[in-house]
Design a binder for this molecule. Structure first.
Ligand SMILES: C[S@@+](CC[C@H](N)C(=O)[O-])C[C@H]1O[C@@H](n2cnc3c(N)ncnc32)[C@H](O)[C@@H]1O
Length: 227
């Protein structure tokens, strides 16, 4: 499938947000971690700097640092304007204003951009589109993460999500997905059906997190292989 840069709204979170969303402990950070749909998040850059082993997969990694930087600058004002218009859909306790949110997101994306070309050389950023087969052996990673991508984009459909998570579970011993709601913060029948599908063959847990920025988006799905 051809993936067009002008169809993407790059918007990335940082390591503190990833650790809160995914309940990543100090011990977890010593494990082999894969991030799926990490996009321009700074998790990989910051975690790698701290000595963790993180590989990120995303279709946007086919583009150059300049192309991604231009696209981020192109969409920035629109995204911020949309946030202002929909402020009531977010929890403003930790991040207290749209201006602060913009600075946190832009700072994460600047870190990502500064790290991107070097990270590609180190094979930490890999161009890949789920649910295609990943260029990795079974059980290459201890933990696979998906933040604000899988289960959220419900329009991609049930089969897409089952196939994508199945491929992630081939290469990861455990998969963590946050949040468990769609783009409008609603839980959906499709999300429930996908969870039920994995309950048949895997150990499935749902945990509440302290991280809640989008109202109602505070649940983490953990799917573990019964090893
Ligand atoms: C809303 S962003 C989330 C970025 C990051 N995970 C975060 O939370 O800061 C969604 C990401 O999913 C990626 N994406 C879209 N389609 C994908 C696919 N088929 N496989 C993997 N990633 C995909 C996009 O390129 C984008 O970077």
């Amino acid at each position: 499938m051809s993936f067009k840069l002008n169809s993407v709204v790059p918007w990335g979170r940082n390591i503190s947000e990833y650790r809160e969303m995914f309940l990543l402990s100090g011990e977890d950070m010593k494990k082999r971690i894969a991030g799926f749909g990490d996009g321009p998040a700074s998790f990989n850059c910051q975690a790698s700097e701290q000595g963790s082993s993180v590989i990120s997969f995303d279709p946007i990694y086919q583009f150059s640092e300049k192309e991604l930087s231009d696209r981020i600058n192109e969409v920035r004002d629109t995204v911020i304007q949309q946030m202002r218009e929909n402020m009531e859909n977010y929890v403003w306790d930790k991040i207290t204003s749209v201006e602060q949110l913009e600075e946190i997101r832009m700072s994460a994306m600047r870190m990502f951009l500064a790290d991107f070309e070097q990270g590609k050389k180190e094979h930490r950023y890999i161009y890949h589109e789920l649910p295609d087969r990943l260029p990795c052996a079974d059980d290459s990673f201890d933990i696979g993460l998906s933040s604000h991508f899988l289960l959220m984009y419900t329009a991609l459909g049930y089969d897409f999500h089952v196939d994508a998570i199945t491929e992630m579970l081939r290469v990861c011993k455990e998969v963590r997905i946050f949040p468990l709601c769609d783009l409008d913060s609603n839980s959906s029948e499709m999300i429930e059906k996908v969870i039920e599908y994995f309950r048949k063959s895997y150990a499935v847990e749902i945990k509440e997190t302290d991280y809640e920025f989008q109202k109602g988006a505070n649940r983490l799905l953990i799917i573990k292989k019964n090893m």
